[in-house]
Write a protein of this length. Structure first.
Length: 54
């Protein structure tokens, strides 16, 4: 996980996980609409999960 992805996940979480698939983007976007913190946490979890590496 690069520094820029972490910074992007703090600023706009759906953009940070755009390369991880449509489902990940949708989940993070919905959580981000519910609140900023859940969206950031979900984005960081998805970015740190080795199952979703490209």
């Amino acid at each position: 996980m690069s520094f820029w992805r972490v910074l992007l996940s703090i600023i706009c979480p759906p953009l940070a996980v755009i390369g991880k698939g449509c489902g990940s983007v949708l989940i993070v976007f919905l959580l981000w609409l519910c609140g900023w913190v859940p969206g950031v946490i979900a984005a960081l979890v998805i970015l740190n999960n080795p199952k979703y590496t490209n």
